[in-house]
Ligand binder design. Structure first.
Ligand SMILES: Cc1ncc(COP(=O)(O)O)c(C=O)c1O
Length: 454
């Protein structure tokens, strides 16, 4: 028995959302209650979550993409237990331990030869911050270009590259030297890069907010422009990495060879905060160019030994369970199950996916457009919430709206989802979309309540 009896503490408390409201963030608690997501979650396994009532839910949020190998993966857990039992030293700070270079080696073995060095961090945004700093130092240029609607994290550097006003408003001034270009527009990118003062172009291979797939030729074209104008090409794989899109890294779909690749989320199987920046030797050598500069960037907790142990086990698990190929195959299957909705319901504009990064987009239908407009006037993107709400309440499927004010529902389940899970979801989705499209009054009622509670 541990000195702190966690089971007893967990079992005896008030509802979790209420406790969060009282101690962490009342507005978050209000939000959960408003959308009806205020369950007390007590257990997770694979692609499932259980609430305190013992009900099982299908998890299509996957911790925003950090549970690619499934929640409480037994093999990652075993590695963590072994690491604890070995009484590893933990960080010595001025000293070297074996696990970090072992994980670095495993990561580098899996990426193109151009990427030869790893800098560990503890989160996605820290990996992006590292990319921004190192790019500036390596190129001796100041400017950073990123894409409209891009998302790279919420600390000030990453936020400055963020192309979404709802995240940046109220937090200015942002860092100088940052600008955005439309995702998919190579002419606009070239206009910026031609000035030869841009240190780095930072882009997600598939944009997470909205699940926007790149137009054909875009990423390859962006890479060539970067090379032509001496700009570093940084592909943010924080959400798309570790098998999510049906390749270990999404950049493989287009044969890209980026100079910088921030990763995080699923690297530790969702157990321990972790992140890394994979980079070319030349970037590294231009920044860490003398012993004096050996400490140019880093943070106290990174690399963390437990994160490294979990990382090694996660990479092994992805290989052993062939989860990357499985993501590709299950992604195809999910598309096959859900694409017919575009034909069947006017309100469904598009269904798209790359591997198990999937989305359905809604739009104003030709008929019954009055109620759709009413809902969207109350709050843009609210129709998508109508789909997410019933999916959860009536079908026990946890999903999310793909970004502020977007009429898009997104899924990024653990890569362990089974065929039955996909059928569970697609059946629930079909029923929910049919109802949402058909019952304007109920929908409008819900919209009004949500709007009032905002
Ligand atoms: C593409 C991308 N980059 C960076 C981040 C930031 O990662 P973190 O939340 O670990 O800071 C995210 C988080 O969702 C992301 O999707």
């Amino acid at each position: 028995m541990s000195p702190v009896n966690l089971a007893e503490l967990i079992g005896s408390g008030r509802a979790a959302a209420e406790l969060w409201g009282a101690t962490i963030n009342p507005q978050f608690a209000r939000f959960l209650i408003t959308i009806g997501f205020d369950r007390t979650w007590v257990r997770g396994e694979g692609a499932y979550l259980w609430d305190s009532e013992g009900d099982r839910y299908l998890d299509l949020i996957g911790g925003f993409g950090m549970f690619n190998v499934g929640r409480n993966n037994r093999n990652v857990r075993a590695a963590l237990i072994e690491a604890l039992e070995l009484d590893l030293p933990g960080s010595v700070q001025l000293g070297a331990t074996p696990l970090p270079p072992l994980l670095a080696q495993e990561l580098l073995r899996r990426v193109p030869g151009r990427l030869e060095r790893v800098l560990f961090t503890s989160s996605g945004t820290e990996s992006v911050e590292a990319a921004l700093k190192l790019a500036r130092a390596a190129t001796r240029r100041e400017r950073v270009v990123s894409a409209d609607h891009g998302f790279h994290g919420l600390t000030l550097g990453s936020l400055s590259a963020n192309g979404n006003g709802e995240f940046t408003d109220r937090f200015g001034p942002l860092l100088p030297g940052f600008s955005q270009v439309p995702f998919g527009d190579l002419d606009r990118l070239e206009q910026e890069l031609r000035r030869e003062d841009v240190a780095v172009f930072l882009v997600e291979p598939v944009q997470g907010k909205g699940v926007n797939l790149p137009p054909d030729g875009y990423l390859e074209g962006a890479q060539s422009l970067c090379r032509r104008y001496g700009t570093l090409f940084c592909v943010d794989e924080v959400q798309t990495g570790f098998g999510r899109t049906g390749r270990l890294f999404a950049f493989e779909h287009w044969g890209l060879e980026p100079d910088l690749v921030p990763v995080a989320k699923s690297l530790s199987g969702g157990y321990v905060p972790v992140g890394a920046l994979l980079m070319s030797r030349s970037v590294h050598e231009r920044v860490y160019d003398s012993m004096e500069h050996a400490f140019s960037h880093g943070s106290t907790f990174a690399p963390n030994e437990l994160a490294m142990a979990a990382g090694l086990a996660t990479l092994r698990e992805l290989d052993d369970q062939q989860l990357v190929a499985r993501a590709a195959e299950r992604g195809e299957r999910l598309l096959q199950l859900t694409e017919p909705l575009v034909e069947r319901y006017e309100v469904v504009r598009d269904v798209r996916a790359l591997g198990l990064l999937w989305a359905i987009e809604f739009g104003e239908p030709a008929s019954r457009r009055g109620s759709y407009r009413l809902i969207e006037r109350l709050q843009p993107g609210l129709f998508a919430q109508f789909v997410v709400g019933p999916l959860f309440r009536e079908h026990r499927v946890l999903s999310q709206v793909a970004g502020h004010s977007l009429p898009v529902v997104k899924a990024l389940p653990p890569l362990t989802v089974s065929d039955e899970d996909l059928v569970w979801f697609s059946t629930a989705l079909t029923e929910t979309v049919a109802k949402a499209a058909r019952v304007p009054r109920a929908a409008a009622g819900f919209a009004l309540t949500a709007a009032r509670n905002r």
